[in-house]
Design a protein around this ligand. Structure first.
Ligand code: ADP
Ligand code: MG
Length: 403
């Protein structure tokens, strides 16, 4: 039987602490033949939380979700939902619903019938079904599309129906496996905000899977970063981004920016590093290093400078493009634009380090005129750099390019 939570009740911090976690997982292990999909995972998701499992493909995210849903049996460990041990409870008797990337709508049923399906199975009376379906359609902003078939909807609309079909059951926990993965970027960003709004309104606990770090940072109350079946770190977006605890987290969320100094591995985020102009004095309280610009990557909002440091290693420095660069452009009438010799910075799709060599001459930051091969000094406030303990995990960004 489905428990019906009150609508939108973002529990106060005190209430939450007192309640059992919506999901608790302890020592969860799962192997497929030789592959260890989960190597002993512990986590607790609080009621009402938007909790994200973030990790590269193959890190075990779907496996963890399927174990929580009950579609798979663990090799070891324990799963609790709302304080109740469900490790051996079949999926239909767990108070969770899952939204998959491929929507899995019934093509022969209308939108309303698709949404109603779970309620029918549970023998919810007809009048109540109508009312709940209509509320769910409003919630996902599809109020007039109940009589359409899935094939008559856009990808974004189908995703909304899939969401409505899950929330109409009012589960305690909603599991979402890369639900926006099939949508193009713009629609995905729109749907991210929609999903967040729905989650806040219905107050259901969301366990959300994605491999997209920006999506995770945008949407989550907390993020668990997975790597090869292990959780590397759990924390609020600002914590995992600003204080990565492992090299893997530093590299997977953002640019890894790791250097070794005096036997310590240090990480500092690209936007925390300043490029010093010519003879500008060292700003007080900063650590300053010198080096040579190995590459300049224009990315619209910002420009990234890859700097080879004289002290060893390489750091990426990013700088906001706050001023419009002056560059030669030709208007429709064929007039020359602002007269500057420098070439217009070109956005780059492929940023694999190996491929960079055969590109056109380095894009130049036209404001500061810093280009490839230039000598520079870079500085960061000492409190902005973090020491990362040596650990066996891999740096995911090796060979993956910059974000
Ligand atoms: P993710 O969702 O993070 O991409 P998965 O949980 O799907 O990762 O997979 C984790 C690992 O387990 C991968 O190496 C994958 O190939 C393996 N795996 C997942 N499901 C199966 C299965 N049914 N049979 C064999 N191997 C599987
Ligand atoms: Mg997956």
């Amino acid at each position: 039987m489905i428990t019906v939570p009150g609508p939108a009740q973002p529990a106060a911090a005190g209430d939450r602490a007192a309640a059992a976690p919506a999901v608790r997982v302890e020592g969860l292990r799962k192997r497929y033949g030789d592959v260890t999909a989960l190597a002993g995972v512990d986590l607790a998701v609080q009621a009402g939380e938007f909790f994200t499992l973030l990790g590269p493909s193959g890190s075990g995210k779907t496996t963890l979700l399927r174990l929580i849903a009950g579609f798979e049996r663990p090799d070891g460990g324990r799963i609790e939902l709302g304080g109740r041990d469900v490790t051996r409870v079949p999926p239909y008797a767990r108070d969770v619903n899952t939204v998959f990337q491929d929507y899995a709508l019934f093509p022969h049923m209308t939108v309303a019938q698709n949404i109603e399906y779970g309620l029918r199975v549970r023998h919810v009376p007809k009048a109540q079904r109508r009312e709940r379906v209509s509320r769910a359609l409003d919630m996902v902003r599809l109020p007039r599309l109940g009589s359409r078939k899935p094939a008559q909807l856009s990808g974004g609309q189908r995703q909304r129906v899939a969401l409505a079909r899950a929330i109409v059951n009012e589960p305690q926990v909603l599991l979402l496996d890369e639900p926006l993965g099939a949508l193009d970027l713009k629609l995905r960003q729109e749907m991210q905000l929609e999903l967040l709004r729905v989650q806040r309104e219905v107050g259901i606990t969301f366990v959300y899977v994605t491999h997209d770090q920006e999506e995770a940072l945008t949407m989550s109350d907390r993020i668990a970063v997975l790597n090869q079946g292990n959780i590397e770190q759990i924390g609020a977006p600002v914590v995992v981004y600003e204080h990565p605890e492992t090299a893997f987290v530093a590299g997977f969320i953002g640019v890894s920016n790791l250097i070794e100094r005096d036997g310590h591995r240090i990480t500092v985020r690209p936007e925390k590093i300043t490029l010093l102009e010519g003879f500008e004095p060292d700003p007080p309280g900063t650590h300053v290093e010198s080096g040579r610009v190995q590459d300049v990557i224009y990315a619209g909002v910002l420009t990234r400078y890859v700097v080879d440091l004289d002290g060893g290693g390489q750091l990426v420095v990013s700088r906001q493009n706050t001023e419009a660069p002056a560059f030669r452009h030709t208007t429709r009438e064929g007039e020359a634009g602002t007269a500057r010799e420098d070439r217009a910075p070109a956005a780059r799709e492929d940023r694999a380090p190996a491929a960079r060599e055969d590109r056109a001459p380095a894009a130049r930051d036209l404001r500061a005129s810093i280009g490839r091969g230039d000598r520079v000094r870079i500085a960061w406030r000492t409190e902005q750099a973090f020491t990362i303990p040596h650990e066996p995990s891999q740096d995911p960004n090796s060979g993956e390019g910059y974000r």
